[in-house]
Design a protein around this ligand. Structure first.
Ligand code: ADP
Length: 495
């Protein structure tokens, strides 16, 4: 702080060191210097006038002072007259403060405030400013345009006065939350406002909160985006979409019914065809082997052998086709019982013992003997039979077949793993399709390509799933299916 003392003739008679630095003058230059020379002429006039007005009282003002070689700088001056014992004025004392930096900051602040005001006022979107109690302290031109109120009408009211009645209470609650959120920005939310012309408009509200030094909200700046148009379009769009969905749903239902009917017709046709073929096949299947046995001529015997094989193939095909058609029917119901899984698998293994023995296969049934499932006995037997039959068929001499199961909650997953010829990823997609044979070179007369389709229907009718996994050709395959665990017996502990 610079301190200078001036005599009655307004000449500097005393000062401190700081004054020399501030004014960039030495002792010689300062002593007895007319104080007037330190001010720009206008400022000096101002000071004189103020001196007269204050009548010797203490006062403070902002002015400009000279700094040698450097022009004028902004200064704050505190002045006080000095009196002697007899109350005569003998001079004055001045305290000078350099406020250049302060002035610069003030200027910048003013500029940015001005910029903000201009932006706020002319922004193409509606704005309002609220006090922490929800009172409107400012609105911009666009706000007035959209809501139809003048600034005068809006300022001083609460924002809730402009919100539709049914949303007013919830708006008050969310406002309170906003104030206590300590957030700077509260994400957009929708609110319905009422214009002066009583028109309802939907706005997207975006709040920016400003805080004072004690971290209390002092203002809320809100941008409101009129989305009434979008809302209307959105509503219309939804209505249209709903109508379209209804139409589509109806069409899908019609098509599904048509497809269902066609599938039923197909099943009925296959069923009929199967039964019609079965009748003339019966004498062929029973008589041809007798003829083959009694035939003495080797050439004719050979022909008869081929006939027997083909007739058996047709019989097999007919039986499986009829079975599949039966399973496809909605009316086919299963007789669900609590069955011991190990036992059912073992029956199928033993039934085919002669076949796997012949191929030198090792078959292991590792199923826990205490697992019970809810299933139709005949269908479960057929399922195991088909899958084990395939495992035997597609596993080469000396291979392994392992049957296992594990339960997870309500379901049991059964696996039939073989070390056979395996299936590639492409074939895996189709193996459960009707009449699909992965590779024709694999097939003999017992393969008609319906076994897995039948298995799939059986499992699905039990509300389970069936699938196959294989590491690739030559690396074996594992078929899995799930069945519901028996509720009464489930997995019985050994104790
Ligand atoms: P198929 O009567 O021909 O055995 P399936 O419906 O039972 O008819 O099987 C369809 C095809 O899936 C078979 O032709 C075979 O190529 C393939 N497949 C089925 N089981 C196995 C298996 N365990 N290992 C390798 N391929 C198999």
């Amino acid at each position: 702080m610079a301190i200078t003392i001036v005599d009655n003739n307004e000449r500097i008679i005393s000062w401190n060191k700081y004054t020399e630095g501030l004014l960039n003058m030495n002792e010689k230059e300062l002593f007895m210097r007319p104080v007037e020379s330190l001010y720009p002429p206008d400022e000096w006039k101002k000071i004189r006038a103020e001196n007269v007005r204050q009548k010797g009282m203490k006062y403070r003002l902002e002015t400009k002072l000279v700094r040698k070689y450097q022009g004028f700088f902004d200064a704050e001056l505190s002045l006080c007259v000095l009196k002697d014992n007899t109350e005569n004025i003998v001079g004055s004392i001045g305290i000078i403060k350099d406020i250049t930096k302060l002035k610069k900051t003030e200027k910048k602040l003013k500029e940015s405030e001005e910029k903000f005001r201009r932006f706020y006022e002319n922004a193409p979107v509606p704005y309002h400013t609220l006090s922490p109690y929800g009172f409107i302290t400012d609105v911009n031109e666009k706000w007035c345009q959209i809501l139809g109120y003048s600034k005068k009408e809006a300022i001083g009211k609460t924002i809730f006065d402009f919100i539709v009645e049914e949303e007013r209470e919830s708006a008050k609650l969310s406002f309170k939350d906003k104030i206590s959120s300590k957030k700077f920005y509260v994400e957009g939310h929708e609110r319905k406002f009422l214009t002066k012309a009583s028109e309802e408009r939907t706005f997207m509200i975006n709040d920016f909160l400003s805080y004072d030094e004690s971290n209390n909200v002092n203002s809320i700046y809100t941008i409101i985006e009129d989305i009434t148009g979008c809302k209307k379009t959105e509503k219309e769009y939804h209505e249209k979409l709903e109508i379209l969905n209804e139409k589509l749903e109806k069409k899908v239902q019609e098509r599904t019914a048509e497809i269902k009917q066609l599938l039923e017709q197909k099943d009925e046709f296959i069923n009929q065809l199967g039964h019609d073929l079965k009748t003339p096949l019966t004498p062929l299947v029973s008589l041809l082997p007798i003829l083959e046995k009694t035939e003495g001529d080797p050439k004719s015997k050979e022909i008869l052998e081929v006939l027997v094989r083909n007739v058996n193939y047709i019989k097999n095909l007919v039986i499986k086709t009829i079975e599949l058609a039966r399973l496809n029917k909605d009316s086919t119901v299963f007789d669900l019982k609590d069955l011991n899984l190990w036992e059912e698998a073992d029956n199928a293994v033993q039934d085919q013992k002669y076949r796997w023995d012949e191929k030198g296969l090792k078959v292991k049934n590792k199923i826990n003997e205490n697992i019970f499932v809810k299933a139709d006995k005949l269908q479960l037997d057929e399922l195991f039979y088909n899958l084990i039959n395939n495992a035997v068929k597609y596993t080469t001499y000396g291979g392994n077949i392992t049957i296992d199961a594990h339960s997870d909650g309500d379901f049991v997953t059964v696996s039939i793993m073989d070390s056979g010829i395996g299936i590639n990823d492409e074939q895996i997609k189709y193996v459960f399709n009707e009449f699909y044979k992965a590779d024709h070179s694999r097939h003999d007369f017992s393969s008609v390509g319906l076994g897995l389709s039948i298995c799939k229907r059986i499992v699905e009718k039990h509300r389970g799933k069936i699938w196959v996994e294989s590491p690739g050709i030559g690396k074996g395959s594992t078929f899995y299916f799930t069945l519901k665990m028996s509720k009464n017996r489930g997995l019985i502990n050994n104790q």
